[in-house]
Design a protein around this ligand. Structure first.
Ligand code: PMP
Length: 354
């Protein structure tokens, strides 16, 4: 830290993203990226955008919003696009949290929430999950706080039903409920259909996972027009050109190729089920994940050892050092071939371990 760094940030512990090592080629099952490339139609649209790179992008993201609103069944003033969904989440912390309105989220969830709270100097409360890693919805009734829930949750993959989130919305009429649906396309119920009924609901989604655009950085917030207006105020006060031309063109392209996204999501669900069965045969214990990852532990090998041994074999999975989940690993669902290599490698590791 330099001696010039503001004291406001001196104690900030930044978020640690999953490893992106450049030293060798790994089978990457550690950051929940899609194993499938961007839709070729979308890639062509992005390439065409390169001819207009000398011009600033449209800060209103007009065509992107129009295309997306039609796909999601929303009005155009109910959506705001962001540089990855991380930006939408940060905007929500900026807009809806303060000393008078702390944030609340589970103790095991997306690790960026406490960092967003810290950088915005917002108090926050972390509510323990049940022992089986499920969320007790009653813990989020009448909180008087801004609620952040990843649904499905990360890294557990467990989802609440739409009806359960509706109950939380009803019990918090005077608080904003932010539902982070980064992984919703892999089998959970989206809350987007509730937007017209609840002015306190903000849904955040990403194009990083089901739409194969992690490298392009595109996400959005959807909600009542006055919530979107708040987020626009934040956007136009920080970075009006938050979506670059390549990303915007690719985003429009991928929304016009919904069949490709649907096919990829179906493939991930099928490979998830195959991988879960194979790992169960090897003795793994896991949560009931509706995401593009599995959250697993084995009674005979520590989470850290499995992670390290797989890394030596050229396979990256995600290990967390947090006490409650340190025996677990999160394994992204990749291509079937990759999952076959993974299960073979795990079998070898377990054999050498006994
Ligand atoms: N929410 C959750 C629960 C996530 O796991 C992630 C991905 N790390 C994000 C949001 C952010 O994704 P992105 O910024 O790539 O849209």
């Amino acid at each position: 830290m330099s001696r010039f760094f503001s004291e406001k940030y001196a104690f900030l512990e930044p978020y640690t993203p999953g490893e992106q090592p450049q030293d060798r080629r790994y089978i990457k099952l550690n950051t929940n990226e899609s194993p499938f490339p961007l839709s070729s139609f979308a890639a062509k649209e992005a390439e065409e955008a390169s001819g207009r790179m000398q011009l600033y992008p449209d800060p209103e993201c007009g065509e992107l919003v129009r295309t997306a609103a039609a796909v999601y069944g929303l009005n155009e003033n109910e959506m705001l696009f962001t540089n990855g969904s991380d930006e939408a989440l940060n905007f929500a912390f900026m807009a809806y949290c303060s000393d008078a309105k702390p944030a609340v989220f589970p103790n095991i969830t997306y690790g960026f929430y406490p960092v967003f709270a810290e950088i915005n100097s917002v108090p926050y409360v972390e509510i323990p999950l049940r022992e089986d890693f499920t969320i007790r919805i009653e813990d989020y009734f009448r909180t008087g706080k801004t609620v952040f829930l990843a649904n499905p949750n990360a890294p557990t993959g467990i989802a609440l039903k739409r009806g359960e989130i509706e109950e939380i919305l009803k019990q918090n009429r005077d608080s904003v409920i932010v539902i982070d649906e980064a992984y919703v396309d892999f089998g959970a119920e989206s809350c987007i259909p509730l937007i017209h009924g609840y002015e306190n609901l903000l849904v955040v989604q990403t194009f990083s996972k089901s739409r194969s655009m992690a490298g392009a950085r595109l996400g959005f917030a959807a909600g009542n027009p006055s919530l979107i207006e708040d987020l626009r105020t934040i956007k136009y006060s920080t970075n009006p050109y938050n979506i670059n031309r390549f990303t915007m063109a690719a985003g429009i392209g991928v929304l016009k190729d919904e069949e490709y996204t649907a096919r990829n999501c179906a493939a991930i669900r099928e490979i998830r089920s195959y991988t879960a069965d194979e790992l169960k045969k090897l003795g793994f214990i896991m949560t009931d994940s509706l995401s593009n990852f599995l959250f697993v532990r084995h009674p005979h090998i520590s989470g850290e050892k499995l992670y390290l041994r797989l890394k030596e074999k050229g396979i990256l999975i995600r290990h967390f050092s947090k006490e409650e989940i340190r025996e677990y690993n999160r394994i992204t669902i990749g291509r079937k071939e990759d999952m076959e290599i993974l299960t073979k490698a795990i079998r070898e590791i377990l054999e050498e371990n006994v």
